[in-house]
Design a protein around this ligand. Structure first.
Ligand SMILES: Cc1ncc(COP(=O)(O)O)c(C=O)c1O
Length: 438
């Protein structure tokens, strides 16, 4: 049965439906399968149980598409809600979505139509942002160590804003794109973040006078300061301290006689939900006053680079159980049963390695009437499909007994999942689909 016929097609006048992306229109390997956006369905959420409605829809689609491995389902309405939420929480801060976290054309089109701008790290990401409808001034090339060909590309497409943190990068930009609008990225205390970035990027405050002087000698146009407190931040004070440090660099530039800076970029690091040790509201509660304190003049434009904030809760992953092994002779510590899934650590679950993410226990979906007595759970070990023991999703998790062909539904799988999924062992990356909750 084609379950998708049960849903009505979204309003064709929406920006999504009128966009030109089609399956496979994105070059490179980042996007595996992007459907035609005219097939974005609206689904009605029954009562308050949004998760149950999404689960039903995703299961139906996985069946209709005969998905053998995994299906990543992206809710475009959730992206729109997040854009609204951002504007309420940070009225002064314009978001530039970090494309790297979920580089999906429909995600970008949706966010562009919601007034969100883009943080890009490469030519490919810049092209995706432009194709999604962003004008070049709505893009920041926020990679302090850029390929020269990418700087050339930015010049060709007139993406002017770009970050730097060293004088070699200044020389490079001088040669390739002397009219660029440069943003000096400074180091942060990222010790309370899950994914630290300041081991790699960010000039120290001590080095800033030298870099500003060098930019002046090269007659380059430095317009402001950026920072990133690390992805998965857990300490709002890291933002506050960095805003104060950025102020110091603005003052250094004024002292050195540079034209007044007018851009502050407070980076990413905002959580994707309120279930962790810190909420975006808690960050807003300290960042908004810090901005008013250190940057009272609204001549300074404040932007940010949130990735996870938008992408995390937008996607649900349905994964097929492809094999299993019952442990008949158990030694100490052995699980009752081993499951092998159609997606794993070399696919979407790479977030467990690179992003230190622990996926929430999935909701199982079985296809026949079976005794699903939830008190009869089995200690289960859950693997991905590759032949590597590292490809382990859960060492031990309590699940009912499931069959080959059943699905496990994982929510909150949008951030840093398919973005870095590989095709190791020749395993197909998840198919991607889009829908709209109402
Ligand atoms: C330069 C830059 N900006 C933004 C982000 C997005 O961070 P997050 O997803 O934590 O908001 C990253 C993540 O690595 C980054 O490197």
């Amino acid at each position: 049965m084609n379950h998708s016929r049960n849903h009505h097609i979204d309003n064709p006048d929406t920006p999504l439906a009128s966009s030109a992306f089609g399956r496979g229109s994105c070059p490179g390997h980042l996007i595996v399968a992007v459907e035609d956006v005219s097939s974005v369905f609206a689904i009605k959420c029954a009562g308050n149980d949004r998760a149950a409605s999404i689960k039903d829809h995703v299961v139906a689609e996985a069946e209709a598409r005969k998905i053998p491995h995994a299906l990543l389902a992206i809710d475009v309405a959730q992206l729109e809600r997040k854009a609204d939420e951002w504007n309420v929480q940070f009225p002064r801060v314009k978001p530039f979505y970090a494309v790297k976290s979920l580089p999906d054309p429909v995600v970008l089109t949706t966010l562009a139509a919601s007034g969100v701008n883009f943080d890009c790290a490469s030519s490919l990401e810049i092209d995706m942002a432009l194709a999604a409808g962003a004008t070049p001034d709505r893009i920041i090339f926020a990679n302090p160590a850029k390929f020269p060909v990418d700087i050339e590309h930015a010049r060709r497409v007139d993406v002017r804003k770009m970050t730097f943190d060293n004088d070699d990068e200044l020389e490079k930009v001088k040669q390739i794109f002397p009219d660029a609008e440069l943003v000096l990225r400074i180091v942060t205390d990222d010790s309370a973040s899950v994914c630290r970035l300041s081991n790699k990027y960010g000039a120290s405050l001590e080095d800033c006078p030298f870099l500003l002087e060098r930019a002046q000698q090269l007659q380059l146009n430095v317009i402001g300061v950026s920072f990133h407190v690390g992805s998965g931040a857990s300490e709002p004070s890291a933002f506050v301290e960095s805003v104060a440090n950025a102020r110091k660099v603005f003052d250094m530039a004024a002292d050195a006689g540079l034209p007044p800076f007018h851009l502050l970029d407070i980076g990413g690091g905002f959580p994707g939900d309120d279930e962790g040790c810190i909420t975006t509201q808690q960050i807003a509660d300290v960042v908004n006053p810090a901005l008013e304190k250190h940057f009272p003049s609204h001549d300074v434009e404040v932007i940010s680079e949130p990735g996870r904030f938008f992408s995390h809760s937008s996607a649900t992953l349905a994964v097929r159980i492809i094999s299993r092994r019952k442990v008949r002779t158990k030694s100490e510590g052995d699980p009752d049963i081993l499951y092998y899934l159609g997606d794993g650590v070399y696919g979407s679950f790479n977030c467990m390695l690179y992003d230190h993410y622990t996926p929430q226990v999935p909701t199982p979906h079985t296809f026949e009437e079976r005794d699903m007595d939830s008190s009869r759970v089995l200690q289960s070990r859950v693997f991905g499909p590759t032949c590597d023991g590292l490809d382990t999703i859960y060492e031990s998790v309590a699940l009912p007994q499931l069959e080959i062909g059943d699905l496990l539904i994982f929510k909150n799988m949008g951030a840093y999942t398919i973005a870095a999924a590989s095709g190791f062992n020749g395993v197909t990356r998840p198919e991607v689909m889009h829908f709209r909750t109402s």
